[in-house]
Design a protein around this ligand. Structure first.
Ligand SMILES: N[C@@H](CCC(=O)N[C@@H](CS)C(=O)NCC(=O)O)C(=O)O
Length: 202
């Protein structure tokens, strides 16, 4: 297998996931700043032109970070990060989607539209970026309430939903375009999650 990647939040989700599983594979750096992800060769691997992409040994290409992680979970079931019975699988899916759509995505939109990081390839609307930043800050309270009653987002086990939340928070912190409130339960959870060796996986 080969992972096409760049130093970026979505590739980091896969790095953390792999480290949790104790697996690795060949890495192929893609310079997204220089637009290597927009070449016809790369678009043949992922028509969306984004990283990461996982190439399987039979030449199949998988994109979308969570789809890549699902595949890895299938071939390396332990430790379990997507749930292991109908209810826990649904709860992981629910929290993963909630955090991805309501926090990770809003932070990414704020970053892209406010900084104009990819203005060579998309129209940036800074005002829209600020709306997304405000939504992310507001939505964080939802996850804080959840973490008041639950050790991890989906229950008592660390899961892909926690990986998405941790990467989203670090993304916001790194680029400073989204000012997230310091919330008690998120803070407790983040301090605990940051102790996991996988969090420093590259
Ligand atoms: N939904 C995709 C999003 C992937 C994505 O947006 N990747 C960013 C890096 S975090 C990227 O490739 N950006 C390059 C570009 O927009 O040209 C996933 O989950 O993998």
């Amino acid at each position: 297998m080969k992972l096409y990647e760049s130093p970026s939040p979505n590739a980091r989700r896969v790095h953390i996931f792999m480290a949790e599983k104790g697996v690795d594979c060949e890495r192929v750096p893609v310079d997204i700043r220089a637009g290597e992800n927009l070449t016809p060769e790369y678009l043949a691997k992922n028509p969306g032109g984004r990283v990461p992409v996982l190439e399987l040994d039979d030449g199949t290409f998988l994109s979308e970070s969570v789809a890549i992680c699902r595949y890895l979970e299938g071939i390396h079931p332990e430790p379990n990060l997507f749930g292991n019975d109908p209810l826990s699988c649904a709860q992981v899916e629910m929290w993963q989607r909630r955090v991805e759509l309501n926090l990770f995505f809003e932070i990414a939109m704020a970053f892209r539209n406010i900084t104009g990081f990819f203005k060579d390839r998309e129209t940036c609307v800074p005002e829209w970026g600020r709306v997304c930043a405000d939504k992310a800050a507001k939505n964080l309270t939802w996850f804080d309430q959840r973490l008041c009653e639950s050790q991890y987002l989906a229950g008592t086990s660390f899961s892909i939903a926690d990986i998405t939340l941790a990467v989203a928070l670090d993304f916001a912190e790194m680029f400073k375009v989204v000012e997230l409130p310091a919330l008690e339960n998120v803070g407790r959870w983040k301090a605990e999650v940051d102790q996991r060796p996988s969090m420093s996986a590259g």
